[in-house]
Ligand binder design. Structure first.
Ligand code: SD4
Length: 317
């Protein structure tokens, strides 16, 4: 039986490498998502997810996360949660609730506390330094404060044919307190149906939500599109629509997989990357870019991977 897993951004590589061995042996799609996303949340040098994530305007780390089960269509989501170690685990637990499965702020924190989730101060010294260095230029010079934030979004298919999706992010750097992006919003940041496939997005949440992009990709796959075609069509359509109606489009990048383990990725930028593994594919990082309305990608070279590691470790020095 086939299995597969795909995620946005290089930062998912370690988690995916770890869980792909277990998916091969029968790990469930749900546990694979939780474990692989926890690995990203726990890594202090990724400044856009979990511990070490960059703060909002008030220098507070507010985290968004979601989990969806493609068999039952149950989902759990949290927005703006502070000081809990693994938002993905809270979202996964919430997906068991019939009601109140999307909680924000204090409500999400109360739920996490009552259910015994581990508290942790998620604001690192490195993140404070980055904030202090950038706050002047971003606020005073009127520069865009929102650069450099990447969400981990991941879709898994297990050997029983079940699919799940998860997201986790600190959202946009210097966002307003209480701002919630697409990542915990079903249909926008994520969507999965085990009878079809799943999709997840990264980029400017405010624009991703205008196209319900993840649902749109799953809908196109249901109509018979290969995941690559579905991803390309959905990204290009939203990109063009935003340009036509608003004069510009924010960053839009997506990955998707169908229930046969076939996958796709699309972007409207020139530097997106993603990680994929499957029955016939060792964990690999791909570099993607948009060329004339089509996404092209190739495996990352060793030089790129080495440079990435160096950059991450020095990123907030
Ligand atoms: C958000 N989509 O909160 C997230 C941020 C992100 O690449 O993915 N940036 O809008």
């Amino acid at each position: 039986m086939k299995w597969g897993i795909i995620a946005t951004w290089r930062m998912a590589l370690e988690g995916i490498t770890e869980v792909s061995r277990d998916l091969e042996k029968g790990l469930s799609a749900a546990d694979a998502i939780e474990k692989a996303i926890m690995a990203v949340e726990d890594y202090p040098f990724y400044k856009s997810v979990g511990y070490g994530g960059l703060p909002n305007e008030n220098c507070e780390v507010e985290l968004d996360s979601a989990f969806m089960d493609g068999d039952t269509l149950s989902f759990g989501a949290i927005g703006g949660i502070r000081d809990f170690k693994n938002p993905i685990s809270v979202a996964k637990k919430l997906s068991e609730e019939r009601f109140n499965s999307f909680l924000v702020g204090i409500g999400a924190e109360e739920y996490a506390h009552k259910n015994g989730f581990e508290r942790k101060n998620m604001l690192t010294d490195k993140a404070i330094k980055y904030y202090n260095d950038r706050v002047k230029e971003t606020l005073e010079k009127g520069l865009s404060p929102y650069e450099g934030h990447d969400t981990v979004g991941m879709i898994s298919l297990d050997i029983k044919g079940k699919m799940c999706v998860g997201t986790s992010t600190s959202g946009l750097f210097m966002k307003k307190r209480g701002r919630i992006g697409d990542s915990p919003v079903a249909g926008s940041g994520f969507y999965v149906d085990s009878e079809i496939g799943g999709a997840t997005a990264t980029g400017l949440g405010e624009d991703l939500m205008k196209g319900c992009i993840s649902y749109e990709i799953v809908r196109l796959m249901a109509e018979g599109c290969h995941p690559q075609e579905a991803a390309d069509r959905a990204v290009e359509k939203l990109n063009q629509k935003l340009i036509k109606r608003r004069g510009k489009a924010g960053d839009i990048s997506v990955v998707c997989m169908n229930n046969k383990g076939e996958w796709g990725a699309a972007t409207n930028i020139d530097s997106f990357n993603f990680v994929v593994a499957g029955k016939d594919q060792k964990p690999a990082v791909y570099l993607a870019k948009n060329v004339d309305g089509k996404t092209i990608y190739q495996p990352a070279t060793k030089e790129w991977l080495d440079a990435y590691e160096k950059r991450i470790e020095n990123s907030i020095e």
